[in-house]
Write a protein that binds this ligand. Structure first.
Ligand SMILES: Nc1ncnc2c1ncn2[C@@H]1O[C@H](COP(=O)(O)OP(=O)(O)O)[C@@H](O)[C@H]1O
Ligand SMILES: [Mg+2]
Length: 480
């Protein structure tokens, strides 16, 4: 009871009028408390394909709303997100497939965190907030932050909005130290720096997932965040159980938004995984962010944009897709350094589906331009049982020169020259048309080739740290 009412209590016994007045006040207060908060609502006017239209409601793009379902459906409301507007019509996209929507159904703004008790009270009431925290390590969640692993509620300390303000590019720490990824061919030939963003380009079934799993298990990064976006549901389970394994999962968070999720959830899954990586980076940790796949992320955005009526531009992709990709990728990278010169980092690998020599694929093209390097997997190598099937000649790490000593760079160059000389003459050599002695450099390449091949191959359960990778590469040439 408020202090003023308590103070009034002794006098109230003496004054019956005051007593009845206080009673009426208490009743009125409880009536007001029991009243539902007044919520403005709009009406559903159109539902065609993926997009719904509503009128009578003003909500910012990106905010969540609830659409009333008729009685008899398991849920009372369907969740949707505002994805655009035209005049006074709002375009909504449901977050999951919905049945039972009626013409004229009421549409409400989703109560923001200020009203819904979950999370902090600062910020815009309509901004979606998802759980982050140390307790998320070892967990598998969906794009909305709900646990999928049956291990009970999340132990998440905070809820944060999905979008982060862009980092001033001049405040970012430079990429100047090596991140050990535990894979020999990458460590030595395509050295990756802390905070570098790489693409993993390959067709399907050439070993992307296995390679990403090896990096997740063997990297020196402290935290791994995995975003499984738009892949088949079966692959999610397979990746977690077989590829990542228990040791990998223990220091990972997996966000899964498989192909059967709505395009909104697939986009959100990628944003959420990035958000988790940002959280750990801001705690000063070195994070490895694995996004499989960037192509499916682009496809989800294409689905949404086309549904809302954006015209397709390049190969069926509307322009917004090419704006979304850099916006996502730019969030990875190094953070600003603190006073001690330390800062966290997000080193990221984004997989990009690209079949064979299809250089025309606009997503692969765009990804190549916005990433700091790419690892290309070759189907020919995979078919020959050469794993990881990295096509060294087609791959590049753009940050490499800043990371390694000139002497080591020299070794890498010699390695590449020998490999490429052998490859160019491969057909001649295999039919016996090349006689030794004509080209001393080719002779050396032929002599080295078996060891080069063995060096580049690595079984999936073998780890090779950075120092061992470099040492073994150097020793290739010692006796040659
Ligand atoms: N390092 C490896 N060692 C042995 N086999 C591998 C290796 N990497 C991939 N494979 C084989 O290739 C198959 C497909 O790999 P996967 O990573 O699932 O391909 P993707 O993710 O590109 O579709 C695996 O099931 C496995 O048989
Ligand atoms: Mg895969």
């Amino acid at each position: 009871m408020p202090a003023a009412a308590q103070a009034a209590a002794p006098n109230a016994n003496a004054n019956p009028h005051l007593q009845s007045w206080l009673g009426a006040l208490a009743r009125a207060r409880s009536d007001v408390g029991a009243c539902a908060t007044i919520a403005t609502s709009g009406r559903l006017t159109r539902a065609v394909g993926l997009v719904l239209e509503a009128v009578g409601l003003q909500l910012p793009v990106g905010s969540d709303c609830l659409i009333e379902l008729p009685p008899g459906y398991p849920q009372r409301h369907a969740e949707a997100e505002v994805v655009g507007f035209a005049g006074d019509r709002l375009f909504l996209m449901p977050q999951s497939e919905v049945a039972g929507l009626l013409p004229g159904a009421r549409v409400f703004a989703r109560p923001g965190p200020a009203q819904s008790a979950a999370g902090g009270s600062s910020g815009d009431a309509h901004t979606k907030r998802l759980p982050v925290g140390e307790g998320m390590l070892g967990r598998v969640v969906d794009a909305a932050g709900r646990p999928l692993d049956g291990l009970g509620p999340l132990d998440a300390s905070r809820r944060v909005p999905l979008g982060a303000p862009p980092i001033n590019p001049l405040a970012r720490a430079p990429i100047d130290s090596v991140l050990d990824v535990g894979v020999r061919a990458i460590n030595a030939m395509l050295t990756v720096g802390r905070g570098q963003r790489m693409g993993l380009f390959a067709g399907s079934g050439v070993g992307k997932s296995v390679l990403l799993g090896m990096m997740a298990r063997y990297t020196s990064a402290e935290v791994i965040v995995v975003g499984l976006i738009g892949e088949r549901g079966r692959e999610v389970k397979d990746f977690i159980e077989n590829t990542l394994g228990e040791e990998g999962l223990a220091r990972s968070v997996v966000v899964a938004a498989p192909a059967d999720n709505s395009p909104l959830m697939r986009l959100q899954g990628a944003a959420y995984a990035t958000c988790l990586a940002e959280y750990f980076r801001d705690q000063g940790r070195d994070v490895l962010l694995i996004m499989d796949s960037l192509t499916r992320y682009a496809m989800a955005q294409r689905e949404i944009a086309l549904a809302v009526g954006e015209p397709p531009a390049t190969k069926g992709y509307p322009p917004s897709v090419f704006a979304k990709l850099p916006a996502l990728v730019e969030r990875a990278g190094n953070g600003a350094r603190d006073a001690n010169g330390r800062g966290g980092s997000i080193t990221a690998f984004y997989t990009v589906l690209s079949e064979g020599d299809d250089q025309q694929d606009p997503i692969a093209d765009s990804a190549r331009a916005i990433l700091d390097g790419h690892v290309v997997l070759s189907r020919t190598l995979a078919e020959a049982g050469h794993y990881p099937a990295i096509d060294i000649e087609a791959s590049i790490s753009r940050a490499m020169t800043a990371l390694i000593a000139p002497s080591q760079f020299d070794t890498v160059r010699r390695f590449k020259q020998a490999l490429s000389r052998y490859q160019r003459n491969r057909d001649l050599i295999s039919v016996g048309a090349y006689a030794a002695g004509h080209d001393p450099q080719l002779d050396q390449a032929i002599a080295l080739y078996p060891r080069i091949e063995a060096f580049l191959q690595q079984p999936m359960h073998e780890r090779c740290d950075y120092a061992a990778s470099i040492e073994r590469m150097g020793s290739l040439f010692e006796s040659a």
